[in-house]
Design a protein around this ligand. Structure first.
Ligand code: GDP
Ligand code: MN
Length: 397
């Protein structure tokens, strides 16, 4: 047998491979600071000052619609989609305003049906007024009782005591039971409503939101043709006090169901601790950065999948929809970040939008009433913007 030659024992091979992986990870994570974001066919360089986050301005100045073939009004068959609004009778004025904006900028050209959903029946007045606002079909639906009511395993006394603690921590809507019910319904129930089972796609619309820019292509068709699951416009930080145990509960779920984690996930976006480290600490490992779910254009098949059902059930049993104030926005965002291919999540940079107090304002002559690049009209709220985290971790190579 030759002496002196390297002998490829399995342990050596493993050590070498592990060494290479560690070196590569350190290089990617600590040394290499990427600065080019690729969105569709666009490559955008971002500036970064040492010790500060990337400057998102160049992204906000992106112009034009997304890349690829787009279908204008009447050019292609309609997609299996509905505009969807969970709304209260008392919010009639607000929903008429939002409808007016969306009909003017998009739906008068594409005629997607509206589905209005409520936990109590809609009044005649509500139905008459909303119907008059569109030439598309409209549907009015009541939520099945078992989808809305607080689950039997929730202890009402513990819930009241928890709400008091959350109020002390200034968590908005802590003591409003219906708000907790709404968040749970939007997390794990809406897509199970019998009237929605026939649809695959939805565009969520809330009362009082604004749409500022003409959208001349069928956005649902865009999602379908480009194999996208979820479209968003705004990314912000959440109140960590409202979701203190959401990430720990998620970690349990990951340990129980490693098979549900997507290989091309956005985990690094979820666990970022570089920007606003205090949020990550208070939320026990989650950055709290989330897609702001009052706007969603998405595929309900993702919510209807076994993996999401498993995740929702795990969270529902953990009780945080009622003992804390878990929102559907962080729940949807964590699920997408862990279990979906991040390439299937689309930023609609070209849809001008406002839900008080934040905006998505494109740089385009198709927009009216939205100052390009503006993020907020509130004071001291700029730090709530975490879009850059998404671009950095999902779109930088
Ligand atoms: P915020 O955006 O988090 O401040 O919460 P909103 O008050 O806007 O509620 C979110 C969405 O759920 C809106 O579309 C509301 O109309 C709807 N919503 C909230 N609570 C209820 C409720 O008790 N019943 C019904 N039908 N809709 C609700
Ligand atoms: Mn709202």
């Amino acid at each position: 047998m030759a002496t002196g030659a390297v002998r490829w024992r399995p342990a050596r091979v493993i050590a070498l491979v592990a060494g290479l992986i560690i070196t590569f990870t350190l290089y990617r994570g600590l040394i290499y600071d990427p600065d080019t974001v690729t969105i569709g066919d666009k490559k955008i360089s971002l500036k970064k000052e040492k010790g500060k986050p990337f400057d998102v301005d160049p992204l906000m100045k992106m112009t034009g619609p997304p890349a690829g073939k787009l279908w204008g009004p009447g050019e292609a068959a309609k997609v299996n989609a509905t505009l969807l609004s969970l709304v209260r009778n008392e919010e009639l004025d607000g929903i008429l305003q939002a409808m007016g904006d969306l009909e003017r900028t998009f739906n008068s050209k594409f005629n997607y049906p509206w589905t209005f959903i409520n936990d109590v029946p809609f009044t005649e007045k509500f139905m008459r007024a909303t119907k008059a606002k569109t030439k598309a079909e409209v549907f009015y639906e009541v939520i099945p009782k078992e989808h809305w009511e607080i689950p039997s395993w929730i202890n009402p006394d513990l819930m009241t005591a928890s709400a008091r603690l959350l109020e002390e921590q200034k968590v908005q809507y802590s003591a409003l039971k219906s708000y907790h019910q709404m968040c749970r319904w939007n997390s794990g129930m809406f897509y199970k409503h019998p009237a929605l089972l026939k649809y695959k796609w939805y565009w969520r619309v809330e009362p009082k939101v604004h749409f500022f820019c003409d959208i001349d292509y069928d956005v649902f068709r865009y999602m379908q043709d480009n194999n996208k699951t979820y479209g968003f416009v705004i990314n912000i930080y959440d109140s960590p006090e409202s979701i203190a145990s959401l990430w720990p509960a998620t970690e349990e779920f990951i340990a129980e169901h490693p098979e549900h984690i997507h290989p091309n996930n956005a985990m690094r976006w979820l666990v970022d601790a570089e920007n606003r480290p205090e949020h990550n600490r208070l939320a026990n490992g989650y950055s709290t950065c989330h897609f702001w779910s009052n706007f969603e254009i998405a595929d309900m098949d993702f919510w209807r999948s076994q993996k999401y059902e498993d995740y929702f059930n795990h969270l529902d049993r953990a009780g945080g929809f009622f003992y804390e104030r878990w929102g559907d926005a962080p729940v949807h965002s964590i699920a997408l970040g862990l279990m979906e291919d991040r390439e299937k999540i689309h930023w609609f940079h070209d849809i001008g939008y406002q839900h008080i107090p934040y905006f998505n304002c494109p740089n385009s002559d198709k927009c009216k009433g939205c100052e390009a690049g503006r993020f907020t009209d509130g004071t001291g709220l700029d730090q709530e913007d975490c879009r850059i985290n998404w671009f950095k971790y999902a779109h930088m190579n």
